[in-house]
Design a protein around this ligand. Structure first.
Ligand code: SF4
Ligand code: SF4
Length: 470
């Protein structure tokens, strides 16, 4: 018997206790220091265990804190990833209705820079019909309990005819098959209106994620229109109009120049009458490519971070991880932890920094579809022709077949040795690794952020325990 490699421990200051968490079983407990010490003795000096110690070990084993061997841990995590990959519970499809965008964000290759929008792809209704047919075939083949449709871009609301067509047709497809359906929209919020929300609500609209990149001044600098006009006031006004009609979450992408404005944004949001209607507020660092050139149409990534969307969330669609190539990576991890705390302090639900993944790139039945009907393993690779894994019209070529096989093998976590965070990180964001490290199979490590998340969980657990005792 030995302690699981997926145990993490946080000694609790001011009390004789240790917070113990196992990232594979998600068990979380507070134990006395002797119990924590007992774990250290296992495998080295466990022959003379007393009766009570044997009972404690057995209880710990029941929660996954004690395992037979390191090999048993590896077998369990392999089985976990295998089950996650092949799960048929849910079919997830993210549709990029267009790569065009009405913003000109400095950090984004998309958007209204130069002649970008003139060439950026937009899905036609004809392609949308093929997307719907392909999705219906997947619904029949996978027979999932639920179908999650996400609209993303570019700016997805720039192509409302396609968005409405897919939402309404696929809603009917799901209804006729007895499959539950949800719709999420990830938008910059500029074109969000009550009419859009009301049209999507009968089709299972479950959430809209809107990006605010800092306080008013900072957001207007980071996310302007092409002419430089600010967008903050219009977006906030749009949120005001639709809050209460549907679930709204706020995301934000920060860098060194903008991060310090986020507390002011949080204060501003707290003062709004819609504050209690926001279901989640979560921010993540901007991932930048170290090399200057990047092919047109490649979607820039923001580090993974929040749960809910992509399995517990990692990426622009939900949450994310980080970047080893980034000079300021350590700083960004630290800032992300601080922002989580600032967000919680103001009473907003946010990500906990630990339950981040694995993300949808590790799922067989999760697909991203570009405006031309090309299939991708996840939104982070959409628009990169060399990374397309197929096409909704069924066409086959060696490039797509090869890419599909490459993505099916992705397992950067296998290089993470004995890291305790493998089950909740899976080696980080593969798209960020591709962008920054030029190798999607390399771990994209943000361990300090996970460690800070566990410390926060420990403090919360200790606080709840104290409150329960009082
Ligand atoms: S690999 Fe793809 S799905 Fe996963 S976190 Fe990165 S962008 Fe998101
Ligand atoms: S990327 Fe880092 S935090 Fe994630 S599993 Fe690998 S070593 Fe651990």
């Amino acid at each position: 018997m030995q302690p699981s490699m997926f145990n993490v421990r946080v000694p609790l200051e001011g009390r004789d206790g240790v917070f113990l968490m196992n990232t594979l079983t998600d068990a979380q407990i507070i134990v006395d220091r002797e119990v924590s010490d007992l774990l250290d003795r296992l495998g080295t000096d466990d022959r003379g265990l007393t009766g009570p110690e044997c009972e404690a070990v057995s209880a710990l084993a029941g929660h996954g804190f004690v395992v037979e061997s390191r090999e048993a841990d590896w077998r369990s995590v392999e089985a976990f990833f295998g089950g996650f990959r092949e799960s048929r519970d849910q079919l997830r499809v993210t549709v990029l209705t267009t790569l065009q965008c009405n913003f000109a964000c400095d950090y984004c290759i998309q958007g209204d820079h130069d002649d970008y929008n003139r060439h950026a792809a937009k899905m036609s209704l004809e392609s949308a019909a093929k997307v719907a047919e392909w999705t219906e075939r997947r619904l029949d083949a996978v027979a999932p309990r639920s179908f999650a449709l996400t609209f993303f871009g570019g700016e997805p609301l720039l192509n409302l005819p396609v968005l409405y067509y897919l939402a309404e047709r696929l809603w009917r497809s799901c209804q006729s098959r007895g499959t539950a359906m949800t719709i999420s929209v990830i938008t910059n919020g500029l074109l969000l209106t009550p009419e859009v929300v009301d049209r999507l609500l009968p089709c299972g609209l479950s959430g809209i994620k809107i990006t605010l990149d800092g306080d008013r001044e900072t957001h207007n600098r980071m996310r302007p229109l092409r002419g430089g006009q600010g967008t903050f006031d219009r977006i906030v006004n749009n949120i005001r109009q639709v809050a209460g009609r549907c679930r709204i979450s706020i995301g934000g992408n920060f860098d060194e120049s903008s991060v310090d404005s986020y507390p002011a944004l949080l204060d501003f949001l707290r003062e709004q009458e819609f504050a209690d209607k926001l279901v989640r507020v979560a921010f993540k660092p901007i991932i930048r490519e170290p090399a200057p050139a990047r092919p047109k149409g490649f979607i820039p990534l923001t580090a993974v971070g929040s749960g809910g969307g992509a399995p517990n969330g990692a990426c622009m669609t939900t949450a994310g991880s980080g970047s080893t190539a980034c000079d300021s990576c350590g700083l960004m991890d630290e800032k992300m932890s601080l922002l989580r705390e600032e967000t919680k302090k103001r009473g907003f639900a946010t990500v906990d920094g630990v339950h981040m993944g694995p993300c949808e790139i590790h799922k067989t039945h999760a697909h991203t579809i570009g405006p031309d009907g090309s299939l991708y393993a996840c939104p982070g690779f959409a628009g990169l022709p060399t990374e397309s894994t197929g096409h909704v019209d069924g066409r086959e070529d060696t490039g797509r077949t090869g890419a599909a096989a490459r993505f099916a093998r992705i397992a950067a976590w296998k290089d993470c040795q004995d890291c305790a965070f493998i089950p909740v990180c899976a080696g980080g964001c593969s798209a960020a690794a591709h962008t920054e490290l030029h190798d999607m199979n390399k771990p994209n490590c943000h361990k300090p952020s996970f460690e800070a998340g566990v410390v926060a969980l420990a403090h919360e657990a200790a606080r709840s325990l104290t409150e329960a005792v009082v």
